[in-house]
Design a binder for this molecule. Structure first.
Ligand SMILES: [Zn+2]
Length: 425
């Protein structure tokens, strides 16, 4: 990563550097702090941390993740010695809420007042849910990020103060406005600092196609998300500091980034709802809805993390039931029983696996994946079938652009390799 984040942001915006080469998820460590305006700091990290200096200490928007908390704080301290007055969580995802501890220790040792953590009222509910589903969250994140052994946290730094719709703060003479939004989560806050015409938007903008479709996570809110982006744009911000990715500087660029993202979400919602309102099956919706090509070309809307196809599922779930319109899936047989029937009809699981290879070689990876999976379900102890399944899903992982699809396909390949005894568990 370039030493100067703002210079890199400029080159990314102009298309001189491919966003894929500095993929937000693969940012390895905390990089150097940037100062997009006097009194405003931005620490690129996973997730990014933004800071505003006031007459009475710092306001942080987001605090980063546990492994990077100390190095993020060290970067902040290179920039300012002021105490932490207030930390705002843009939402309760774990990469944003595990950085308060080092400032609390510092406050105790310096005899400073303890920092106050503020978030939307949905954040404590989220932390409660995370405790309830810690096992599930461990499994899905191991899969998504290819992190074997990753363990979901069960202890959280809850906010000291929550709010519902809006909250106006005066911190050392600097006015800070918090606005609730439904978007990537139900507990999002975008923070507006009029003095700097600065918005810290959390994950409502992440320098990538919106994380609105995430296949393994709870409900997201694409239409409300778009509305929030339009609300932010009304403020005419000059500095946009996002939860992931890079700063966007200049009123025109900020407006473009916000409104293009809104337009993408609105288009997917409109197309999906039109088909739902006509009674289409999910299958038809998935294979008909198309994200606007010109928007997908924008460097800040590339599907490197999430995938617009997944957003169609989110919209289906938001406005419909779980039934996909195919009556055989309403009260289905065991998948393994269906696979065994088809394998029998075809002349064995090997026939299905061989067809999977042929389809893969012909370039139809979607269909190849179905046959490889059926073969493995029909013959779970057949190592040659697992070899095919591993090959097909490895290839699928390689051909996908999003972290999420790559992670899930790679995990399927890894499962089959493990079944074959090729990898340690
Ligand atoms: Zn995030």
């Amino acid at each position: 990563m370039a030493s100067d984040v703002l210079e890199l942001a400029e080159r990314l915006w102009n298309g001189e550097v491919e966003i894929e080469s500095v993929h937000p998820v693969s940012l390895p460590v905390t990089s150097r702090l940037a100062e997009p305006a006097h009194g405003v700091a931005f620490v690129p990290s996973f997730a990014n941390v933004s800071a505003v200096s006031t007459g009475d200490g710092l306001v942080l928007v987001d605090t980063g993740s546990a492994p990077l908390a100390a190095s993020v704080k060290a970067e902040i301290r290179r920039w300012s010695p002021e105490r932490l007055n207030t930390a705002i969580y843009s939402h309760g995802h774990i990469d944003h809420v595990f950085g308060v501890g080092p400032y609390e220790e510092e406050a105790r040792s310096m005899n400073w007042p303890a920092p106050v953590v503020i978030a939307h009222r949905g954040v404590p509910e989220r932390f409660d849910r995370y405790k309830l589903t810690a096992g599930y969250n461990s499994v899905i994140n191991q899969r998504q990020f290819q992190l074997p052994g990753f363990s979901w946290p069960t202890e959280y730094r809850y906010p000291d103060r929550t709010y519902d719709q809006h909250l106006a703060l005066d911190v050392g003479g600097v006015e800070v406005e918090l606005h609730h939004a439904l978007g990537e989560t139900d507990d999002h806050t975008w923070t507006w600092v009029e003095t700097h015409r600065l918005v810290c938007c959390g994950d409502l903008f992440i320098w990538a196609s919106p994380n609105a479709g995430n296949p393994q996570k709870v409900q997201r809110y694409p239409l409300e998300w778009a509305a929030a982006l339009r609300q932010i744009a009304i403020k005419e911000p000059e500095i946009l500091l996002p939860g992931h990715g890079f700063p966007v500087l200049g009123a025109d660029r900020v407006a473009t980034a916000l409104l293009d993202t809104a337009e993408l979400l609105e288009s997917l919602c409109e197309q999906t709802l039109t088909l739902m309102n006509q009674g289409a099956r999910l299958d038809e919706v998935l294979h008909t809805v198309t994200p606007p090509a010109q928007l997908m070309e924008r460097p800040y809307l590339r599907p490197i993390y999430d995938d617009p196809e997944f957003i169609v599922h989110t919209i289906w779930r938001r406005y419909g039931g779980w039934y996909d319109g195919n009556p055989s899936t309403l009260k289905p047989a065991r998948e393994s029983a269906v696979a065994a029937e088809l394998a029998n009809l075809a002349g064995g699981a090997k026939v299905l696996a061989n067809r999977a290879v042929a389809l893969m070689e012909a370039g139809d990876l979607r269909l190849a994946a179905h046959l490889a999976e059926l073969a493995a379900l029909a013959a779970p102890a057949d190592m040659s079938v697992h070899a095919t399944r591993a090959e097909v899903f490895s290839k699928r992982a390689m051909e996908e652009s999003s972290t999420m699809a790559r992670g899930i396909f790679a995990a399927a390949a890894a499962d089959s390799k493990q079944a074959m005894g090729l990898t340690a568990s």
